[in-house]
Write a protein of this length. Structure first.
Lengths: 93, 93
């Protein structure tokens, strides 16, 4: 979860994930949505891939990126437990 | 959310939040649960406080730390939207 949380701490990487929520995309298609260099997008995609937040699928000359929700499910579970149990102060008496 | 995700990327900080899920605690009580120095715990608490994941309440000579679930609720909402909408590949046809 360390890698996933770290990966999510960057707004560009969260935006990439939001794009992939709608469609699987190539690195080129992703970089068209940003005003930053392709190598920089490639770097962000590597971080997301290492954190297992995106999957890469080589199709011919292209690599297609898609969302991998498994790591996000772990984060959801961990966070839900806090929000669910977080009203202890209200229920203390 | 950048700060919150960054703060959560460290296992010691996640463990601190887990301790605070059960009880509000002083920095001293928190540091008793770890094999790391008090200044180091204090550093982690500052990061959690800056990320608005914990609240500080000065009571006499002590500062009591408690969980602030607001930032976690934002993360929960953001993540839920992915997991909820993440089965597009299954529903594509």
């Amino acid at each position: 979860m360390n890698k996933a949380f770290k990966a999510l701490s960057d707004p560009t990487r969260r935006k990439i994930l939001e794009l992939l929520k709608d469609n699987d995309l190539t690195a080129g298609e992703i970089s068209e949505c940003f005003n930053i260099s392709k190598p920089s997008i490639s770097h962000h995609l590597n971080i997301l891939s290492n954190a297992e937040l995106v999957l890469r699928d080589k199709q011919g000359q292209h690599v297609i990126y898609s969302l991998n929700t498994t790591a996000l499910q772990d984060i959801l579970k961990w966070t839900f437990d806090f929000v669910e149990g977080g009203n202890k102060n209200e229920n203390k008496n």
